[in-house]
Design a protein. Sequence first.
Length: 38
Amino acid sequence: MTRRLVILGKQGAGKGTQCELLVRRYSLAHVSTGDMLR
């Protein structure tokens, strides 16, 4: 089973920072919808 984690919050809330920490600690893949839409 594939697990997904979605982090939501307002601009400047630190979502990107938290994602970077999670990616480093747990070797996760990070997909940013903002990067996909740009």
